[in-house]
Ligand binder design. Structure first.
Ligand code: 5GP
Length: 258
């Protein structure tokens, strides 16, 4: 849908802020992230997210433009968000606008990343000296502080509450929701013949409840082909492997066929 149609579609007129020059000459940019641009939405309670083609890794140490990545991540994330919403998860997604943008609820982002691991890989394997692909006796939930400046350091529950980043009850709700999301995602990806190795979630506070925010895509998940173990996610970019977007395209194709 054309940006100008969002406002009429939602029966709302653009405010002066929204008419200021921004992405596509229409919206006011509020925040330029590494892989997404966040713009003012149709009112004070909404935002527009634009997915960019920029790929970054190692806290911005490796950067490249991958034409088409924004649209692939947007399509995958929107498909997953709709599936999660249908299964009782409260999310920020209000409306898909076009191939690379969505209207979302404005939320106060909890400055914690929740990492869920079903299989050892990546940072977990490096930190604890466990070969990638090793089975885990239980699902692992970890937290990182959302801070590019500090390189998203790992943080534990008592440090989170001590710093006032989230209260104990809120943290426990985030863990419960993350485990529920993990169950739902494992079910979805299994149907797509993909192993969900690990992933990162972000939550926000909106109308006195926690809602799922940010994207769920091959940028934020490790996804391995169930038969061959082929990596279909951002590790291909991080590790200088070829066919990065072929992996993303494969994920989208398989999810669409579920
Ligand atoms: P690790 O801690 O092994 O590097 O990452 C665990 C999982 O969380 C991986 O699927 C990785 O893609 C995701 N992840 C960790 N930190 C970030 C982050 O800052 N941004 C994104 N998009 N994903 C992350």
């Amino acid at each position: 849908m054309k940006k100008s149609l969002i406002f009429s579609a939602l029966n709302t007129r653009a405010t002066d802020n929204e008419k200021r020059t921004g992405v596509n000459g229409l919206e006011k940019i509020l925040y330029e992230g590494k892989s997404k641009t966040i713009c003012q939405g149709i009112d004070e309670k909404s935002l527009i997210i634009h997915y960019k083609d920029d790929a970054t890794a190692f806290n911005g140490g490796k950067k490249e433009k991958l034409p088409g990545k924004g649209a692939l991540n947007a399509a995958i994330s929107h498909l997953i968000y709709k599936y999660l919403a249908e299964n009782g998860i409260k999310t920020h997604l209000l409306k898909v606008i076009d191939d690379t943008s969505a209207l979302v609820k404005k939320a106060e982002i909890v400055m914690i990343e929740v990492i869920v691991r079903n299989v050892a890989a990546g940072g977990f394997s490096e930190k604890y000296g466990v070969p990638e692909g090793s089975a885990l006796k239980n699902t692992v939930v970890e937290f990182c502080l959302k801070s590019d400046k500090l390189g998203d350091p790992m943080i534990n529950e008592s440090q989170i509450t001590a710093l006032g980043l989230a209260a104990e009850a809120e943290l426990s709700a985030m863990v419960q929701q993350s485990l529920k999301i993990n169950q739902l995602l494992c079910r979805l990806f299994t149907q797509a013949k993909i192993r969900l190795i690990d992933f990162k979630l972000e939550f926000g506070r909106c109308d006195n409840q926690l809602i799922l925010c940010d994207e769920i895509s091959p940028d934020s998940c490790r996804l391995w082909d169930a038969d061959t173990g082929k990596k279909l996610d951002k590790d291909r970019f991080r590790r200088d492997m070829d066919g990065v977007l072929d992996g993303y395209r494969d994920v989208l194709r398989r999810l669409k066929n579920v």
